[in-house]
Design a protein around this ligand. Structure first.
Ligand SMILES: Cc1ncc(COP(=O)(O)O)c(C=O)c1O
Length: 430
């Protein structure tokens, strides 16, 4: 999947979804207000793109399993296109979402205690009826549809350095990674593509010979070499000839595995190195943005996107399928619980999402349920934004300091869902 898939999705779904507003809450801090989207979350983007890409639909219509928001989105899209929708949700799904599904006229089956159990039941049912399956996160059309959020963020803000995104099964963040230009795969045929193995990555120095793109050392595996010497492979050995630890920070960010822990460390180191190297923060923007080759696949060069932002995956401590996948080097099953579980509670990230996110050097951070609750409260009390817990998760990373922007860093926070009982936002008096 590549950026043009996202652009095609944007064309396809135009008129069916809203171009939600971006709100600059403080200089350089943007909220993308996707909780205002039809059906209360970004999920309609992927749902419409999948359904509209399918051509003639089966008589049985469409079917989906969902923690709630995807189901609402599929039900909304189906109703607006005049198609039958059957939605499977687990018992963890909130009553607000079940009521919403009912109001949209979907045929609902509530089964299993978590999303994956509902998904199994839906797959079985789809095999019986022939309905078109609209996956919650692991279909190219769904990922491309969600990616239109990334396109819009870059257009509406005039460009940001960083985008914070809540992650469940990973479709959203994968799409945004592509749509924002954080990862590009270009079909450039070149001889000697031995670098196809992830991790042996040679850097292209940036203009001015400063920090080689941090992305080069995303270093899925061990050996990363950049001209500027910013290196952190998964092995954790950092070497910097030019002292550009900011690069290493970037690397650690993206690196899989233990790198999350190290990311913090690297960021700390970056702080020190920043001043020395001169090519630290100020240039980091351009370093990040500059096209660095981070690998090859077949004849294609995998580039960290030119001008593309850093993408940060934010997950609850109690539900973190992407974090575990990046640690393990592949999607692995995790246990899910906590306040975000009804939206972010995928037990395993999608294969597509993992592939895109791991190649792009996405940084992964975790936030506690308390931090999510506090962020949701703050969004209401200070900004009058009514959101569900998942919708506040990305912001929690900023408020709780799980992600600390550098001075002058332009950050977009995706506020992604509002299917919640608004009465729970208001502190009752007396
Ligand atoms: C409000 C909200 N935010 C974020 C996500 C995560 O999206 P994804 O599963 O594509 O990672 C979901 C998924 O249902 C959601 O409902």
């Amino acid at each position: 999947m590549i950026l043009p898939d996202v652009r095609a999705a944007a064309e396809r779904i135009r008129g069916h979804v809203l171009r939600t507003p971006v709100y600059e809450v403080a200089p350089g801090l943007f909220f993308k207000l996707e909780q205002l989207q039809h059906s209360g979350s970004f999920k309609v983007r992927g749902a419409f793109n999948r359904i509209l890409s399918a051509g003639k639909l089966p008589e049985a219509g469409v079917i989906a399993a969902s923690g709630g928001n995807h189901g609402l989105a599929v039900a909304y899209a189906a109703r607006s296109l005049g198609v039958r929708a059957e939605i499977f949700v687990p018992t963890v799904t909130s009553p607000v979402k079940v009521a919403g599904l009912r109001a949209l006229g979907a045929h609902i089956t509530q089964t299993g205690s978590i999303y994956s159990e509902a998904a199994e039941a839906a797959a079985k049912r789809a095999a019986e009826t022939g309905a078109l399956e609209v996956h919650a996160y692991d279909q190219p059309e769904v990922v491309a549809g969600q990616g239109t959020v990334g396109l819009e963020i870059m257009e509406q803000t005039g460009g940001v350095d960083t985008i914070l995104v809540a992650v469940g099964g990973g479709g959203l963040i994968a799409g945004i990674t592509l749509g924002s230009g954080a990862l590009r795969v270009e079909g450039v045929q070149e001889a000697g593509t031995a670098t196809g193995q992830p991790g042996i990555v040679s850097a292209t120095a940036t203009e001015g010979g400063t920090v080689s793109d941090a992305g080069n050392a995303r270093g899925a595996v061990g050996e990363a070499r950049g001209e500027a010497g910013n290196v952190r492979g998964a092995g954790g050995e950092a070497r910097g000839e030019a002292g550009n630890v900011r690069g290493a920070g970037g690397n650690a960010r993206g690196a899989v595995g233990e790198a999350r822990g190290e990311a913090g460390k690297a960021r700390g180191e970056a702080g020190e190195a920043r001043g020395e190297a001169g090519n630290a923060h100020g240039v980091a923007g351009s370093a990040r943005g500059s096209a660095g080759e981070i690998g090859r696949e077949g004849g294609s060069r995998v580039l960290r996107g030119e001008g593309g932002p850093r993408v940060v995956a934010v997950e609850p401590e109690l539900t973190h399928a992407m974090h575990s996948a990046l640690e393990a080097g592949r999607p692995v099953p995790v246990k899910v619980s906590g306040v975000g579980a009804d939206a972010l509670g995928a037990t395993k990230v999608g294969v597509l999402a993992y592939d895109i996110v791991s190649r792009a050097g996405v940084e992964s951070v975790l936030v506690s349920d308390e931090a999510i609750i506090e962020a949701r409260r703050t969004l209401w009390e200070e900004h009058r934004l009514a959101v569900e817990h998942a919708g506040a998760t990305a912001y929690a990373a900023l408020l709780a300091g799980a992600y600390v922007p550098e001075l002058g860093e332009r950050v977009a926070v995706l506020v992604c869902g509002s299917n919640t009982d608004p009465a729970t936002l208001v502190q009752r008096q007396g």
